[in-house]
Design a protein around this ligand. Structure first.
Ligand code: AMP
Length: 650
């Protein structure tokens, strides 16, 4: 195993995936408070549409497909939507509308607190409903959402290559009739036929394939987004297996949450008292800009702390806010934010109580929302529910994916993507030299579990990179990469000494959990993936056929790679021994060992560069030759250590 850094698998559509799109597709739209997404599902399963492709060079892949729910107006016109509008948030704070979802179908009086903290002007509009006033014109939240939806529809049409007219749109489970109607109206204004309003937690469950088979179950969806927290207890009655397009029944047993608790509050913890000071700014334009700047600084630091133990924030306040230069620790952040986390757990307790359930009767917990990427959230939820949470799908994208699944069910185009009674392709782990150790072989029935021990190949390795792959071939390069993660913080040990136990666990829905633990230090790491994501029956067949064609060749390569790994250790030990006893052995032996080392090293290098160019038998012979030539060296080395022992005894 190597020590490379992990990189996340993107769940975004590949560029070539237009073939199977019907004329009048039903897409899934997650109309989120912070970001919105569009997904589409066909027989290969749901995928996020890359809406801003080309339009925004340099957008990190982790953000592909996310369209900020932000619209900027000038006079009567829409000036910018999405990423471009979000980028101008600080500069055009009073004309840029974000988080409009908070105001959908709500009375101004019920949202007075939000309105007062808002950089843009929220007013009491028609019938006392909340509205947004910019350049003297008041728009309803429905109209603003419609501008966003129209943008999403246009981009989705480009991405799919056909006009998009129909959509499933998601809303929070607690949305009342007025809020649901406002969402429908937004679709109507945008010229979209909203074929169904779907509860967000139901969408999350659908994305994980929950409800497709098996027994009735109870699940909790914990959704911590940018501005809101929702927890929902759902009962799922599986689809009737006799009707192929039958829908599972999802019943909301209880919801709880907090409409004023989300990622923004964690941002605020990080900028602390600066926020209070900015709120005291009397000039509304300056106050708006100060708040927007601080919001951005806090958010950046928070995201950095999800990956790193510390981060430095530096800010040139441009006279608007004090200059900043501070280092922030994750542990300090976690302590300061603990009350926020506890509020989410209190809400979980309320939801369970309302549903009349105990924690132990919950079958699954699904995490949704960008803020669940904070390690403190996942830890807290898993420990509170005392079970691992479902995190395999990107928490920002899972709702849109589920909406697309619902869309495909309604369109009647959904064949069950892949039968998940068995593992369609083998699952394994990358080992030294780029070979694959298969832990679960294809056609194993699910659920299934498999355990194997691994170790390190480099002395003093502190981090071990684990790479989970899928496929039938022997080398990683010929398999599909599913996930990478790292086991960090091992105490330094010689190569081969750490005992790394790796467990592959595939549940009844085909979700793979991989756990790695180093036995001596107790260090652990975990990753979860959905191996069937984006796989079609055709692809499975092709991969299988490929493996047969390459079987012989692959075995040779695998053998060469293993030989190279072993030979590298031999070379190391023999070189060390030779250095110790060079003066004790015949010069001819030294010469013969040295030439053997040169020969073997060059084969190892070639094997690493191109294992197919090395004949395994010749490799084996070179290794044997060196082993024989170095016998006198080993003997001298043993003799020397005996002498040393005697002299220390004396
Ligand atoms: P959502 O409304 O689900 O899109 O969630 C957006 C929220 O997730 C924002 O508050 C983001 O700052 C937050 N978020 C996104 N990525 C991360 C991350 N890696 N760590 C912490 N928070 C994140």
């Amino acid at each position: 195993m190597s020590g490379e850094s992990p990189s996340e698998k993107s769940q975004t559509a590949p560029e070539t995936d237009r073939g199977s799109v019907p004329d009048d597709p039903i897409v899934g739209i997650d109309l989120g408070t912070t970001n919105s997404l569009v997904a589409f599902a066909d027989a290969a399963g749901p995928r996020i549409l890359d809406l801003d492709r080309g339009a925004d060079e340099g957008v990190p892949s982790s953000e592909t497909g996310l369209v900020p729910s932000v619209v900027r107006y000038r006079g009567d016109a829409v000036e910018a939507v999405g990423r471009r509008a979000a980028a101008g948030l600080e500069e055009h704070a009073t004309r840029t509308v974000f988080s409009v979802k908070r105001y959908m179908g709500r009375r101004f009086d019920d949202r007075r607190d939000d309105a007062e903290a808002s950089p843009y002007q929220v007013v009491s509009g028609a019938r006392g409903l909340a509205g947004v006033e910019i350049d003297g014109r008041v728009r309803s939240p429905e109209e603003i959402s419609a501008d966003l939806l129209a943008h999403l529809r246009d981009r989705a049409s480009e991405a799919l290559g056909v006009p998009v007219r129909r959509a499933v749109v998601t809303v929070p489970a607690y949305f009342d009739d007025a809020q649901r109607q406002a969402t429908r109206d937004a679709g109507r204004i945008a010229g979209i036929d909203v074929v169904r309003i779907l509860n967000e937690p139901t969408a999350a469950a659908l994305a994980y394939g929950i409800g497709g088979r098996g027994d009735a179950e109870t699940i909790v969806v914990y959704d911590l987004g940018g501005g809101t927290f929702d927890v929902t207890v759902l009962e799922v009655m599986p689809a009737d297996p006799s009707s192929p397009d039958g829908e599972a029944i999802f019943r909301v047993l209880a919801t709880a949450g907090d409409t004023h608790l989300g990622g923004d509050d964690f941002d605020r913890v990080l900028v602390g008292n600066l926020h209070e000071a900015a709120m005291g700014e009397p000039d509304p334009e300056r106050r708006a800009r100060r708040l927007a700047v601080l919001r951005a600084v806090g958010a950046r630091a928070k995201v950095a702390l999800s990956d790193a133990a510390a981060t430095r924030i530096r800010l040139d306040g441009r006279g608007l806010v004090p200059d900043l230069d501070r280092t922030l620790d994750r542990s300090d952040f976690e302590t300061a934010a603990r009350p926020l986390v506890d509020r989410t757990l209190d809400a979980c307790a309320r939801a369970l109580k309302d549903a009349g359930l105990e924690r132990a009767s919950i079958d699954r917990v699904v995490l949704v929302g960008g803020s669940t990427r904070m390690p403190m959230i996942r830890k807290a939820v898993e420990s509170w529910f005392d079970r691992p949470a479902y995190v395999a799908l990107d928490p920002d994208r899972v709702i849109a994916l589920g909406a697309a699944v619902q869309g495909s069910i309604l369109a009647g185009t959904r064949r069950d993507a892949l039968l998940l009674d068995v593992i369609p392709l083998s699952l394994g782990l990358e080992t030294a030299g780029g070979a694959v150790a298969k832990l679960v072989v294809r056609n194993t029935m699910v659920p299934t579990r498999s355990v194997e021990m691994f170790s390190t190949s480099v002395d003093g390795q502190l981090n071990v990179g684990l790479h989970v792959v899928q496929g039938e071939r022997e080398m990683v390069a010929d398999c599909r990469s599913l996930a990478r993660f790292e086991l960090r913080g091992l105490p330094p040990m010689p190569a081969g000494i750490p005992q790394i136990e790796v467990v592959f666990n595939v549940d009844a829905n085909g979700v793979l959990g991989v756990d790695a633990v180093e036995r001596r230090s107790g260090r652990r790491a975990r990753v979860q993936v959905v191996p069937s994501n984006g796989l079609t029956r055709e692809e499975v067949d092709r991969i299988e056929a490929d493996s047969v064609t390459h079987a012989r060749d692959d075995m040779m390569v695998h053998r060469v790679v293993d030989l190279a790994v072993n030979a590298a250790l031999d070379v190391k030990w023999i070189t060390e021994a030779l250095d110790r006893v060079r003066g004790d052995v015949d010069p001819e032996v030294v010469a013969s060992v040295e030439s053997g080392l040169v020969a073997l090293r060059s084969l190892i290098t070639r094997a690493r560069e191109d294992p197919r160019s090395v004949d395994p038998d010749a490799f084996h012979a070179a290794k044997d030759h060196l082993d024989r030539a170095s016998m006198p060296v080993h003997e001298a080395s043993i003799a020397r250590s005996l002498r040393n022992d005697e002299s220390t005894d004396a």
